[in-house]
Design a protein around this ligand. Structure first.
Ligand SMILES: [Zn+2]
Ligand SMILES: [Zn+2]
Length: 81
């Protein structure tokens, strides 16, 4: 499953396509794709990555994409294990 993060509220969801934009704390979610294969909980074949800016942890098969950090600008992902 792909993982998406909202750059406005920091919500993370697993979805095969772009998630619904309704329900953001400040209007509509602004979704950014974090990775194409992974999850918000540990999945087989994935590694945990944490963003040094927003503190979010995501489990992805490779280095997550950098766009859409809720703390502003680009994520700075660090692999935890
Ligand atoms: Zn949102
Ligand atoms: Zn971030």
């Amino acid at each position: 499953m792909a993982v998406f993060i909202c750059s406005r509220c920091g919500a993370m969801v697993e979805s095969s396509g772009t998630p619904n934009v309704s329900g953001c704390s400040s209007g509509s979610h602004v979704w950014h794709r974090v990775c194409d294969r992974g999850g918000i909980t540990p999945q087989p074949g994935t590694h945990p990555y944490q963003c040094k800016k927003c503190g979010k942890v995501v489990y992805c098969s490779g280095t997550p994409y950098s766009s859409g950090c809720p703390s502003g600008g680009s994520h700075v992902w660090v692999r935890l294990s």
